[in-house]
Design a protein around this ligand. Structure first.
Ligand code: CIR
Length: 260
């Protein structure tokens, strides 16, 4: 069974970090409704969901993906590149360390989970404005004995690697190749986002379905044309905070990490 960890929307989300976006007012109540619907979709798709309470002092804390990397048998607690986000890891660390072995990225390393794309036993890690070389070296060293290869990938023009590329099927990627070079993923097949939907590369695979923003119908059609089952969610308010669908959850196979 899949387990998902999520966290409620902070009432301070309007003061979130922004890198490539212009600040717009965020309707917190609407963001909360959208988040509830997103969590409902995860439940419908078979996830057992744990929800941590919202924290009014941590504007970006709904974006739990950035706080950890979960692979079979171990969690790596990240060290977010934005200093304003570092305290987010405390609650995540407390939750995960009760359930599975944890490693931690330490200073001077920085690593955002949004920069880590897992494809089978390879972890592609974006060298973004949030993840540095020391963070990647630590991730590589920490996970080598678990059988993971860590490959650094240059990413530019967007926040995280997973803003530019996500996995939508085994070895099948959805990619915005203006922000990342598709040659880095030569073992995979790539579906490009529709040229009119530049921010459309972030899709969340849950089992056999793809949870996907309703804002990108042209790219959603491309996914369906590739034989994928797509479940649309409206995340327009969360998107104003430069977040998308992968960033609002940490999902893992409970059997793989918690045999008991
Ligand atoms: C940030 O800039 O850190 C947040 N406003 C958005 C984080 C989105 N995270 C993600 O895509 N993994």
């Amino acid at each position: 069974m899949k387990t998902a960890l999520v966290r409620g929307v902070s009432s301070a989300i309007g003061s979130c970090e922004l890198t490539h976006f212009t600040r717009q007012p965020i309707d917190v109540a609407k963001a909360e409704r959208q988040h509830r619907a997103y969590v409902g979709a995860l439940r419908d798709l078979g996830c057992r969901v744990h929800e941590l309470p919202a924290d009014p002092t941590l504007p970006d804390s709904v974006f739990v993906e950035d706080t950890a990397v979960l692979v079979d048998g171990v969690a790596v607690i990240a060290r977010p590149g934005a200093a304003s986000r570092r305290k987010e890891i405390d609650a995540i660390d407390a939750f995960l360390s009760l359930r599975l072995p944890v490693l931690r990225i330490e200073s001077p390393g920085t690593l955002d989970g949004g920069d880590v794309l897992r494809v089978d036993r390879t972890l592609y890690v974006g060298t973004s404005g949030r993840t540095n070389a020391a963070g990647i070296v630590q991730l590589r060293a920490g996970l080598a004995s678990y059988g993971y290869e860590v490959r650094a990938v240059r990413v530019s023009g967007c926040l995280h690697l997973k803003s530019a590329v996500t996995e939508v099927g085994d070895g099948l990627l959805l990619i915005q190749n203006e922000w990342v070079d598709a040659d880095a993923f030569s073992d995979c097949t790539c579906i490009e986002v529709d040229p009119q939907e530049s921010r459309a590369a972030n899709a969340l695979r849950v089992g056999a379905e793809i949870v996907y923003p309703a804002a990108y119908p042209r790219t959603a059609a491309r996914l369906r044309d590739s034989g994928l089952r797509v479940r649309l969610v409206d995340v327009s308010e969360l998107a104003k905070a430069e977040g998308a669908v992968t960033c609002c959850s940490l999902i893992w196979d409970a059997a793989a990490v918690c045999p008991s």
